[in-house]
Design a protein around this ligand. Structure first.
Ligand SMILES: *[C@@H]1O[C@H](CO)[C@@H](O)[C@H](O)[C@H]1NC(C)=O
Ligand SMILES: CC(=O)N[C@H]1CO[C@H](CO)[C@@H](O)[C@@H]1O
Length: 508
């Protein structure tokens, strides 16, 4: 194991969150001891899992913000040289092992599909919702490895209470979010004593078989309180997927009758963990740094991602690749929708803000919980399974504004602190990472310089919306013109929709 968390802070990442939380756009001073000026870049022992790699990065902590702090690291031996171009491609075991050692793949092989479908047709049927289907995709393709189905009670309790699962061999893997399927009384009744059930989509189409099922009580309040740390009304996932759900949970082993397709024109972006691993190998990556996001990419993000790559090169890696990994499942209604974000990301690559040669854009199919530090562990864990060995974490990952009060639901620094303290990660080096914001002096996104704080502008998602609505452009250099145009069109279409929804004046 060796996932390395690249811990970034406020600025660029904060500046894009499309929420209206109280501290949006404010550059909060980082807690003492965590480097002055921003976030932390944490580097692990990346070459350990690599054949022939002799890179040892040591265990000391670098908490100073000085660039010199990480210079000694460049002195260590570089990773094993890549094979000459003419040599046949080396089959790698990959950069980092999936949790539990093997990548889970629960899609029935094509030759067996017909028989399995016929079997499914005769089983009691559970109608699943859109978010459940996203979880079927997530589990089926191994994002949640070693989980092989919706959680039974034992797994549910471990996830809820320990944020992890103990495997048969005694080893422990993270699982900070319970992945469960709820059913109502009538469905429970219909299943009766059947050991297996079929899962059907909203249109009645058979999707999967759930085997050796176990049905147990769905204590919603307890689940919500333990996952979110609050039962305040207005939590988006709770309102969408838990409040309306049944009072029972059904766990079991999943078998997908075929790969899930969304048919939204974006399926080519939905690379499975196995496909991503193959792509990293094909491109000869010797490090992969994942960036989870659910917002448009601005130049501050690009600056951080470029800088991360440069640091990895400085450390001796020859071909670090960026996995730009937008979340594609459920998001709250005021987030920018997936199709618009993908269009925007495409423009960012076309406009050369990120280098297409060293960037892979793919969709992470998980639904969003907005459960802050609890959820960020899930986001990191899933990327281990996809083969990323570096993980970038910014300010307030997976957080949102408090639904009732004018403050963030979670301390914006807790996500990165929790990741940096996750058991098993303590033998890592911590490197400072600076904050990026719009530098009005230079007229571009730049690393924040506290000595001339007044020159820096933090552009929040809310501010972006305001620019787009008023037809005003953000300062040039904030986002590439192609990417900005995509957003303007989206925000304008929203405005038009809202205008349509205004109640028509009633004649008296
Ligand atoms: C990031 O790197 C690419 C490729 O080297 C470059 O074209 C682009 O301008 C850089 N972006 C930023 C924001 O620095
Ligand atoms: C990313 C992360 O938090 N990984 C940890 C998951 O849990 C195991 C077992 O506690 C740790 O070894 C990992 O470091």
């Amino acid at each position: 194991m060796g996932l390395t968390a690249l811990l970034l802070s406020s600025g660029a990442v904060a500046g894009i969150a499309a929420t209206s939380s109280a501290s949006q756009g404010v550059c909060s001073a980082p807690a003492a001891g965590w480097g002055s000026g921003g976030g932390l870049l944490r580097l692990g022992r990346p070459a350990a899992a690599q054949p022939g790699g002799a890179l040892s990065l040591g265990n000391s902590l670098y908490r100073s913000n000085s660039v010199r702090a990480y210079v000694p690291m460049a002195a260590v031996a570089p990773p094993a040289a890549a094979p000459p171009a003419a040599a046949p491609p080396v089959v790698r075991s990959s950069l980092i092992e999936p949790d539990g050692g093997t990548l889970v793949d629960l899609v029935v092989p094509p030759a067996e599909r017909e028989a399995r479908r016929a079997e499914a047709a005769a089983l009691p049927r559970v109608r699943i919702g859109e978010i459940d289907l996203e979880w079927v995709d997530v589990i089926g393709n191994g994002w949640a490895s070693p989980l092989r189905g919706f959680m039974r009670e034992e797994e549910y309790l471990q996830s809820l209470h320990f944020n992890s699962l103990r495997l048969e061999d005694g080893s422990i893997v993270n699982m900070s979010l319970p992945i469960v399927l709820a059913i109502d009384d009538a469905t429970k009744e219909a299943i009766g004593e059947s050991p297996d059930v079929a899962l059907a989509g909203q249109g009645g189409d058979l999707v999967a078989i759930l085997r050796r099922v176990q049905i147990f009580k769905h204590n919603k309040e307890e689940r919500i309180a333990r996952t979110w740390g609050t039962t305040a009304p207005g939590l988006p996932y709770v309102e969408k997927a838990i409040d309306p759900a049944g009072d029972w949970l059904i766990g079991g082993d999943l078998e997908l009758l075929e790969p899930i397709k969304y048919n939204d024109g974006l399926d080519h972006y939905r690379l499975t963990p196995a496909e991503l691993r193959a792509e990293f190998d094909r491109r000869g990556a010797d490090a992969v740094f994942a960036f989870q996001l659910r917002n448009p990419v601005h130049n501050g993000h690009a600056l951080l991602m470029n800088d991360t790559r440069r640091r990895l090169l400085d450390l001796g890696f020859k071909n670090p690749l960026l996995l730009l990994h937008p979340l594609g499942g459920f998001t709250k209604p005021d987030d920018v929708p997936l199709d618009v974000r993908m269009e925007q990301h495409k423009k960012v690559l076309e406009d050369g803000v990120l280098d297409p040669e060293t960037t892979i854009v793919a969709i992470f199919p998980s639904p969003m919980h907005y459960a802050g530090p609890t959820e960020v562990q899930w986001h990191a864990k899933a990327r281990i399974n996809a083969g990323a060995n570096f993980y970038i974490v910014g300010r307030d990952p997976a957080g949102m504004g408090h639904p009732l009060e004018k403050r963030d639901l979670y301390d914006p620094d807790h996500g990165k602190k929790v990741l940096s303290m996750a058991p098993g990660l303590e033998k890592l080096n911590i490197l400072p990472f600076k904050v990026a914001a719009y530098d009005t002096e230079q007229g571009k996104m730049a690393f924040f310089d506290p000595s001339r704080a007044k020159d820096f502008l933090f552009i929040s998602g809310t501010k972006m919306r305001a620019y787009a609505r008023s037809g005003e452009s953000p300062p040039s250099g904030f986002m590439c013109p192609g990417g900005w145009e995509v957003l303007v069109n989206y925000f304008k279409s929203l405005q038009a929709k809202e205008a349509d929804q205004q109640p028509a004046p009633v004649a008296v």
